[in-house]
Design a protein around this ligand. Sequence first.
Ligand code: NAD
Length: 259
Amino acid sequence: MKRFENKVVIITGAGSGLGQATALQLAAEGATLALVDLNEAGLKDTQAKIVEIEPNTETLLLTANVADEKAVEGYVQATVDKFGKIDGFFNNAGIEGKQNLTEDFGIEEFQKVISINLNGVFYGMRYVLKVMKEQGFGSIVNTASVGGIRGVGNQSGYAASKHGVVGLTRNSGIEYGQYGISIKAIAPGAIMTPMVEGSLRQIGGDNWEEVGKEFVKPNPMKRFGKPEEVGYLVAFLLSNQADFINGVVIPIDGGQSYK
Ligand code: NAD
């Protein structure tokens, strides 16, 4: 039996990058999927790729802004209305934001990054946890970052938001373990997704791949991670095999965070 047969999983940021890769992995393992993203075209792209892998996958596409609390309540309710339960939640949508020294960091930019990366994750947990507590089971994986474990420089908004995600994970893991719910975070290093490609293009233009090669030199493995590598990890963490892993942050970064 496949690990996610008869399991319902919500994924935010499912229209691209890590969310899409995880959706494909879970579909291959039999999951029923509620896919959330601001970008409708991205969701359709993910759905088309799912059909190629596992045509029988049940999917619900939900266009929503995770920074809008009512929209979050809406995507959670829509999932329960359609599928009746939530087994897993990959709380992943996020943005990188512009880079700047802290003193020059735009206040609106700071608030924007916090509102998506931290408030959005909190809203998602708030509504999903109500459902999971009532059911008496469930697992949540929040996407933090290396920037949620240590400073990365020129990214005060991003680092503050991702440290916040780590705090939310640790705190709520302690609260909800007793209800049969496990909550963990992942801390990806540099994974080659459209987000990272966009940042490299901002720095290097058409030369972005060369910039990327320099960028990964300090990494012990001297390469970018692949989105599917994150998909494998998240699938494990959302599966019942990882039920006793709770309130912790798992790096997936080639060894960058703790070197
Ligand atoms: P991505 O840009 O490829 O995908 C992010 C997706 O989130 C996009 O489809 C986007 O439309 C969606 N999104 C953005 N804002 C949204 C909002 N307000 N509401 C709903 N959807 C929204 O990026 P990615 O690299 O896959 O990033 C996914 C997560 O992983 C983010 O939280 C990011 O901070 C984190 N992360 C990525 C890396 C990396 O190297 N790629 C490293 C560490 C952490």
